[in-house]
Write a protein that binds this ligand. Structure first.
Ligand code: NAP
Length: 516
């Protein structure tokens, strides 16, 4: 697979022209593919979604479309091994690939179940209660939700090529909105294969799912008020895209999931030897090493009571020393590679910014022992633990090193903790690890306005906990401020995001009559 990676546009697979952007194997450095959309008619894909995909979807109604999503998820589940194998080329261990692949089809199946059970058969959802608008009761108002008549353009980050695609696709399809997927260049070949699996299963009507393997020049120019953009990626790209006239002048509905300096907090009660201390240390190591730390929800800032820094540093370091870095699938390997050498350069540069204000506790950014691969060719990096004792340090609250990197920070009481957490300017996920209900209440209530999701972890819920870094399809994923200010998932909220809410005024029972 080293020719130009195909796109699926207007009913057929087509490849761009020119040399394309090379994509290399994260482990061996070999060329995997090239990515280009030069010469492709992307405007025709937009028209195809609107004219062919949209009407086909709207014929099915909500529950019929939920069945489509179930079938698409089942198709991916059936061929998951192919996706695990490809994901290894992007540096993922089997466990990492499962987070993306199983997480992806699992999320789509949850959406399908919610849609089948919780939505009507037609295309109209009646919301809220009837509101009387006149004295005699002959004139009332109510809200209706109907499918937008445009398309959803999803622009995804490199780290979750399958999950990122399916968690956006499922609610859009259930809502009745066709989708164009634009994966990130570095892992576009994994997303391409997932799309191919779904299309080969023959479960979706034509025009409902298209794929652009590469950049999307001119597409924003033809988007309008019935369309949606769902973006996941860095805050810098989010800022650029949300200032496009498509969003600012033509009101394309824009949702951003951006980066985030997520915090985890060790409670004052959680001294060494308590279950909560071990849970905190274990969660931090997990979040640093799963997908080599390339997770938007990973713990970047680990807050500990100020007199506990030494014991936490020691405990985390000894757990990190057990991590074996190397080729996915090689004997004993527990952490794979970053997605590519450019990404490793970027993480190293960010670590240098952090080191200007924090000390290195574990790991060497320039050197790592690697199993089963050539460390000169693959994008390997040691887990890096830092520690900032100076409370005026700014870098830990500003700099995202998108790799296996986390910083320990001291806090002195809940007010100080909340003030410091706020310096991250809004996050996707936070966690409070404590068995003290008073501390938990003060910390969670203080941190809640700064977060899209907060996990409270203790000895009683740990057995069933889904973990700090795992967004759940039933619950909101997103966060304020730097995290993008958007919301994804959240069960049927994500479906409603793709619908238009219209206040309908008239006689009593009008809304129900319209929904029949
Ligand atoms: P990125 O560089 O911002 O790219 C994200 C996506 O935007 C890619 O598909 C990229 O395409 C595309 N893009 C860039 N410029 C564009 C333009 N002018 N027009 C249209 N599309 C454009 O981010 P990344 O490096 O892939 O991902 C890492 C970042 O994503 C991290 O900061 C991480 O925290 C964040 N992230 C957030 C979440 C979340 O749910 N909040 C999830 C995962 C990752 P190309 O690759 O083709 O340039």
């Amino acid at each position: 697979m080293s020719e130009i990676l195909p796109s699926y546009l207007a009913g057929s697979w087509r490849s761009g022209t020119g040399a394309g952007a090379p994509v290399h194997d994260a482990v061996t450095g070999e060329l995997v593919t090239r990515v280009s959309t030069d010469g492709l008619d992307l405007g025709a894909a937009v028209a195809h979604a609107r004219e062919v995909g949209g009407p086909a979807l709207r014929e099915l109604g909500f529950t019929g479309r939920a069945e489509l999503v179930k079938a698409a998820a089942a198709a991916v589940a059936e061929r998951k091994q192919e996706l695990y194998d490809l994901s290894a080329r992007s540096g993922c261990t089997r466990a990492d690939a499962k987070v993306d692949v199983d997480g992806g089809f699992g999320t789509a199946m949850v959406f399908a179940a919610l849609g089948r059970k919780g939505l009507p058969t037609g295309n109209v959802i009646v919301e809220d209660e009837e509101v009387p608008l006149g004295r005699a009761g002959s004139f009332v108002g109510r809200h209706l939700l109907t499918p937008r008549r445009g398309l959803a353009l999803q622009i995804n980050a490199f780290n979750f090529p399958v999950w990122g695609m399916l968690e956006k696709l499922a609610p859009a399809l259930i809502a009745g909105v066709p989708t164009i997927v634009k994966p990130a260049t570095q892992t576009a070949y994994v997303a391409e294969h997932a799309v191919r699996i779904i299309l080969e299963a023959g479960v979706l009507p034509e025009g409902v799912l298209q794929l652009v393997s590469g950049s999307v020049p001119g597409v924003f120019d033809v988007l309008g008020g019935q369309d949606l953009i769902g973006f996941t990626g860095s805050a810098a790209t989010a800022a650029k895209l949300r200032s496009d006239p498509a969003v600012t002048h033509r009101s394309v509905r824009f949702n951003a999931e951006a980066d985030s300096l997520n915090a985890s907090v060790l409670g004052p009660d959680a001294t060494a030897g308590t279950p909560e201390f071990d849970l905190f240390v274990g969660a931090l190591v997990t979040e640093m090493t799963v997908k080599a730390g390339q997770k938007c929800t990973a713990i970047r800032r680990a807050f500990v009571p100020k007199d506990r820094l030494d014991e936490v540093s020691d405990a985390v370091s000894s757990r990190l020393a057990e991590i074996v870095v190397g080729a996915p699938g090689a004997e004993g390997v527990t952490m794979g590679a970053l997605v590519g050498l450019d990404q490793r350069d970027d993480v190293r540069a960010q670590v240098e910014k952090l080191r200007a204000e924090a000390d290195l506790v574990f790991g060497d950014p320039a050197k790592v022992d690697v199993v089963g691969a050539d460390d000169g060719r693959g994008a390997f990096l040691s887990p890096i633990l830092l520690r900032a004792t100076d409370r005026s340090a700014t870098a830990p609250h500003r700099v995202e090193a998108f790799g296996p990197v986390s910083t320990l920070l001291p806090y002195d009481g809940v007010a100080d903790l909340v003030g410091q957490v706020a310096r991250g300017d809004g996050s996707l996920a936070g966690s409070v690890v404590s068995n003290d209900p008073d501390f938990v209440r003060d910390a969670v209530v203080g941190m809640a306005p700064l977060h899209g999701r907060i996990l409270v972890l203790d000895r009683d819920d740990a057995g069933e906990s889904t973990g700090h870094g795992t967004p759940m399809p039933q619950l909101v994923h997103g966060g304020p401020g730097r995290a993008g200010g958007g919301e994804e998932e959240g069960g049927l909220r994500a479906v409603r995001h793709h619908l238009q809410r219209t206040a309908v005024q008239g006689g009593p029972g009008l809304a129900e009559a319209l929904a029949r």
